[in-house]
Design a protein around this ligand. Structure first.
Ligand code: ADP
Ligand code: MG
Length: 218
């Protein structure tokens, strides 16, 4: 579950961003639409507790992020949020398996190779476990990043422009994987995108909401 109330954020020397209120039930899907620079990635950073709301509040899985007193703890984020960033941020020095192991370590979780194997298998990339990120195609890298995002079974999955730079087939596959990963866990899914293909993909799906992010008119 995610709900926002008069949520606003202002970067130092940057624009003031104000977001319309939204309420997404657990297991629902929210599309964050809007032009480039409208504030979609900022909304995701607020939902992940990476930025603290300047005004208003956002409640994620029952936790008011304002009440967390600024930035959410890494422990809270690790157990609550699965993030698929626009740039995948896989560590080039580590194997695929090592990248997922590092995510467990960073979250203070015990080593769990069986869970890593399970997450990689669910995205059909278990055969790539010993490769380095430089040895993956774009689509493979995204599957690995998604396996990492769902590794700790988060109740919210946030994806930032997951179809950018993918061709039509790969974009559809990526969206199907995201939706399946969310459904399997009953996770709430939020996708920030200005890609019309994403809206077409989700158009007739159940539990869909959409929020148009817009810059305030001056
Ligand atoms: P979107 O993801 O919709 O393209 P962003 O959330 O990345 O939009 O950015 C919203 C606005 O905030 C843009 O005008 C952008 O230039 C500005 N912005 C983003 N990050 C920063 C930052 N770190 N410092 C100052 N301004 C920023
Ligand atoms: Mg963005």
């Amino acid at each position: 579950m995610i709900s926002t109330r008069q949520l606003a954020y202002r970067y130092a020397n940057g624009p003031e961003l104000r977001f319309a209120d939204v309420e997404v039930a657990q297991g629902g899907t929210l599309l964050l639409r809007g032009a480039s620079g409208s504030g979609k990635s900022t909304w995701l950073a607020l939902a992940a507790g990476l930025l603290a709301p300047g005004e208003g509040d956002i409640t994620v899985a029952g936790q008011s992020l304002k009440a967390l007193g600024g930035r959410a703890s890494d422990a809270w984020r690790a157990k609550t949020i699965g993030f698929l960033p626009q740039k995948l941020h896989l560590s080039a020095a580590l194997t695929v398996h090592g990248n997922l192991a590092m995510a467990q370590w960073a979250a203070g979780q015990p080593d769990d190779d069986a869970r890593i194997a399970e997450a990689l298998a669910a995205l059909d990339v278990q055969a790539l476990a010993d490769r380095k990120p430089s040895q993956l195609s774009g689509g493979q890298g995204q599957r690995v990043a998604l396996a990492r995002a769902v590794l700790l079974k988060p109740c919210v999955i946030l994806a930032d422009e997951p179809t950018a730079s993918l061709d039509d087939d790969a974009a559809a596959a990526s969206l199907a994987l995201l939706r399946a990963a969310a459904q399997q866990q009953g996770a709430t899914l939020v996708i920030a995108t200005h890609d019309a293909r994403v809206h077409a993909f989700f158009k007739d799906k159940k539990g869909l909401q959409s929020l148009l992010v817009q810059r305030k008119q001056l």
